[in-house]
Design a protein around this ligand. Structure first.
Ligand SMILES: Cc1cc2nc3c(=O)[nH]c(=O)nc-3n(C[C@H](O)[C@H](O)[C@H](O)COP(=O)(O)OP(=O)(O)OC[C@H]3O[C@@H](n4cnc5c(N)ncnc54)[C@H](O)[C@@H]3O)c2cc1C
Length: 436
């Protein structure tokens, strides 16, 4: 571990507060930490890596940065990591190993055998483990999962501070050199060789760093979800309902136990006149599905999900973005937990490599960008194109598509396998739908 030895120099802030002077004049050690005294009296702490946001992406990044020998600080603005939960809590099994997380009842509520996709006319496409392999999944206790990941980061050596927000970035010569932080009314600067922006869908770090993070309405789904108890259904399968029940998106039923499930939906913003319509869609679905509608609502959550392609650039001098902040959510499924964790791992590992090379330039950090793009960018783009088709499809077209796919003799379920089989058996569908 190598403590940061950069000499501080006057810097600018980019963010909600641009008023600091940043006039540091000497440094000293206290309790193993290196910090700078400013002429104004406020301390300026120094780390190799500052991770903003302790969601799954940030905790994964902090864990792997600390493991790689970086002095790492992970800050989280909430009072409790993991709550409130804003998530359907569904994940595919396959990716957990990639982030070094063994499945555990500590954070897994339920395991399913597969998924069912329902067309508006009730046609059902069943995808079990024989077709989807490790893509079938678990339902998490997301609060416990987030806390588990944060604890792993701490065990790897990262320091965690809750109730601590980044309020702006510190910059010198256009390079990011840290962030201004706020904790219970106290504002102080944290210098870092690398800032990892893991601050989620509403990320400010990316914008402050000058990265283009803007989303068009058609690339956002407005989501609403109830966790319901006393529901009935087949808890062996996660269910996805397509069509006018959730225009431009889909409705999900993710089971957490035999009589408890997350029932939620995402409606594409381009298909909404008023956000209140989202609740009306969910409530109408529950009225039409009394086995679910009979349940009691334990909690209600709302939130936005990006269904866009990933950002053009996720790296700048001294700063990288991971997870939702980098628009890494799968645009077709809305799933972002595991992509974020894998990217977090890469960001943490590259932080270690940058420390060894003493090079936190955008050029060096570009290896982070190449790593995550090699791993999952192609799938994100393919699913973005499919989502764009689905966003505009009417119910009759969705019925035809699901019927055609359900009719295919598939040995595996994947985008390319489905397209290949459709090309052989139903070329007319591909033509009609203008699908490739
Ligand atoms: C309704 C809904 C259902 C979903 N269902 C699923 C699902 O079933 N499966 C799936 O894989 N994905 C799902 N997602 C997406 C998933 O929740 C995200 O992809 C995932 O949370 C991304 O993790 P993250 O760490 O990148 O961001 P987040 O989990 O959003 O974490 C960001 C963290 O940063 C903190 N933060 C923000 N700004 C600051 C700041 N300035 N200073 C300090 N801290 C800050 C926040 O408090 C937060 O804790 C769903 C999303 C929604 C809204």
């Amino acid at each position: 571990m190598s403590p940061s030895t950069n000499s501080p120099s006057p810097h600018s802030r980019t963010g909600s507060d641009d008023t600091g002077t940043g006039n540091e004049d000497h440094c000293q050690r206290d309790a193993g930490k290196l910090y700078y005294k400013t002429s104004g009296g406020a301390g300026v702490e120094s780390y190799d890596v500052l991770v903003v946001g302790a969601g799954p992406s940030g905790s994964a990044a902090a864990k792997y940065a600390a493991k790689a020998g970086c002095r790492t600080l992970l800050i989280e603005k909430r009072t409790e990591i993991g709550t409130p939960v804003r998530c359907g809590e569904g994940i595919a099994k396959g990716w957990l190993a990639e982030i070094g997380v063994p499945p555990s009842p500590k954070f897994i509520a339920h395991e399913v055998q597969g998924a069912r996709v329902f067309a508006p006319d009730g046609t059902c496409l069943t995808i079990d483990a024989s077709l989807a392999g490790n893509e079938v999944g678990y339902t998490l206790e997301r609060d416990m999962f987030d806390r588990y990941l944060a604890a792993e980061a701490a065990r790897a050596g990262a320091e965690i501070r809750i109730r601590t927000s980044a309020t702006s970035l510190l910059k010198e010569d256009g390079k990011v050199v840290g962030a201004q932080c706020e904790h219970m009314g106290r504002t102080y600067d944290v210098r870092a060789k690398l800032v990892i922006g893991a601050d989620g869908f509403e990320s400010q770090v990316g914008r402050w760093a000058g990265l283009a993070t803007h989303l068009r309405a058609a690339d956002i789904d407005a989501c609403l979800e109830y966790t319901m108890v006393g529901v009935q259904g087949d808890a062996r399968f996660d269910d996805f309902y397509l069509g006018s029940c959730a225009p431009g998106g889909y409705l999900w039923v993710f089971w957490k136990g035999e009589d408890i499930a997350n029932v939620g939906l995402g409606v594409n913003l381009s298909r909404l006149r008023d956000k209140a319509e989202v609740k009306a869609y969910l409530d109408r679905f529950l009225r039409e599905h009394p086995d679910l509608g009979r349940g009691s609502v334990l909690s209600e959550i709302a939130g936005g999900v990006s269904v866009s392609p990933p950002l053009e650039r996720t790296v700048t001098d001294g700063c990288v973005l991971v997870g939702d902040a980098a628009r890494m959510i799968d645009p077709l499924t809305g799933g972002g937990i595991l992509n974020g964790c894998v990217a977090g791992r890469y960001a943490g590992e590259v932080a270690g490599e940058a420390l060894a090379a003493d090079d936190f330039s955008a050029a060096f950090l570009g290896r982070y960008e190449r790593r995550w793009r090699d791993r999952f960018e192609e799938g994100l783009y393919r699913n973005y194109m499919l989502k764009e088709k689905l966003r505009k499809m009417d119910d009759a077209t969705i019925n035809r598509l699901v019927r055609a796919v359900a009719d295919l003799p598939l040995r595996e379920i994947s985008g390319p396998a489905i397209l290949e089989a459709l090309r052989e058996r139903h070329p007319e569908i591909l033509q009609d739908l203008e699908l490739f």
